[in-house]
Design a protein around this ligand. Sequence first.
Ligand SMILES: Nc1nc2c(ncn2[C@@H]2O[C@@H]3COP(=O)(O)O[C@H]4[C@@H](O)[C@H](n5cnc6c(=O)[nH]c(N)nc65)O[C@@H]4COP(=O)(O)O[C@H]3[C@H]2O)c(=O)[nH]1
Length: 524
Amino acid sequence: MRRSKVLLLGSILAFGAIVLPLAVTSYLAWRIADRYEEASLSGYAQLALQRATTSLAEIGKVLEQMNALEFETCSQQHIAAMRLATINNVAVDEIGYLNDQRFVCTSWGEASHLMSTVEVDFVLNDDLQGNIDVRPLGGYRHNMIALRNGRYNVLFDPRRLADVTVAEGDVGVAISHANGTLLSIGGNHDDDMREAVRRVLMQESDSDHRGSVAAEGDIVAIAIASKPPAFATVLEQGWIILPLSLALSALGISAITAMSRRQLSLASELASAIRRKKLSVHYQPVIDLKTGDCVGAEALVRWFKSNGTSVRPDIFVDVAEETGQIRALTDLVIETTMRELGPAMRRDRSLHVAINLSADDVSSGRFLPILERILARYDVLHEQIWLEATERGFPEMEAVRETVAKARALGFKIAIDDFGTGYSSLSYIESIRLDALKIDKSFIDSIGQDLATSSVTPHIIDMAKSLDLITVAEGIETREQLNYLEQHGVALGQGWLFAKAMPARDFVAFVAAHRKKISASGTA
Ligand SMILES: Nc1nc2c(ncn2[C@@H]2O[C@@H]3COP(=O)(O)O[C@H]4[C@@H](O)[C@H](n5cnc6c(=O)[nH]c(N)nc65)O[C@@H]4COP(=O)(O)O[C@H]3[C@H]2O)c(=O)[nH]1
């Protein structure tokens, strides 16, 4: 990646590191507030239900007791008993005695007035008949609820049913009968809240309020509150959000800064290493599996830093590709390889060296004239050079086909690296003329193992052979793998079983020693 790209990506990531924690923590704060609100409304509804059912049970009991008493109708004792029951039971405000829908006496004394209505608004426990909005005689300021059983009628203040103290804001509490008759509304309520309660009872949707409902028998309790806008809830939780998101953002930004710095410094260190020709090349022997002869090598770039550490090629080759330094890297590898191995290859025309190409090299083909020039300088033949391209690096098929055709026409050998790991193996192999296939190490690893790829390996080998291409197995580490590959007719192989990649001088010595060993065993 170029410096400007790293900076741009760093800025985008930094922006994300600020916005993302803020969004996540805001969402969490909103969820926490939402849960809290839900729990507190549910608590109010339960409390109101408990209040209402206790009061109504008390009234039901008083009515039952009164019906069980036997007095002369509206005698002094009768009226005194009704008065005493009113005084002793806080849920009861007045008791009346009925004779044919007319009150003949109440807990206040003798009376003679008709019931205000004969229609029943609700029934409790199958035996208590109830009416709401009853306007009693005797100077009460509020309408009452009447509950009747037998000849007795109890009046009580409906506010007692929903008498719940709400701690915060606009929370309304209501008690209703299961048939939808609103019995009482309390808490901090207004007309809006009444309408909201009605909507909850009618199960109508209401985007401005949220409610919680609790029910027992015929009684339903509702706690309701107006919904604050989401961002207001989030702002209220600012004390959680801000420090948390600031901490997360700081963490994210420092990680991104460190990453960008590392990327920038690795890229610029690599640029300097290439410019000062501080990269080296090691050579991994390629062995003829039939004869055991060393027939060539793969050139593998190495970066040993002056401080004694080294960077893995798969890391810095990627950086070189991303930062546009890969061309210079390829050129340096070609030049170094020819300088170091050229004389040995001139002496031994059967030796080849494989050079790794990047996607950019294969697409552009611009390295070909450079390679030609250097070959001429060291008097190395074209067919001694294998050009390795990985199938993952074939973005522009047409350009690849052109470069490969040009290179083959010049006499270079073309090998596909990591065969079997790409997506389009068959399609491009049929459309491009190649010389060799390098079977990826992952397939070699699976030999003799119970791995998912194990059953694929013989097919990959057969496919490579049926295409009449030279087959090269990569990453041979065990004798078992070697025997298997020999039996399956794989031509060439490389791997730690034979040797790791080594400096040029060691490689030349390796070839000589190897040949000596082979000829000694041949003559023996
Ligand atoms: N575990 C194990 N590993 C084995 C064995 N035999 C060989 N290897 C390793 O497998 C890798 C083979 O190279 P590759 O597939 O081309 O994969 C290469 C290639 O894609 C890239 N690379 C290396 N040199 C160059 C270069 O000069 N130019 C370009 N463009 N890429 C290069 O870096 C990759 C990694 O290279 P290395 O780290 O040198 O890793 C090398 C080699 O050291 C074995 O028996 N066991």
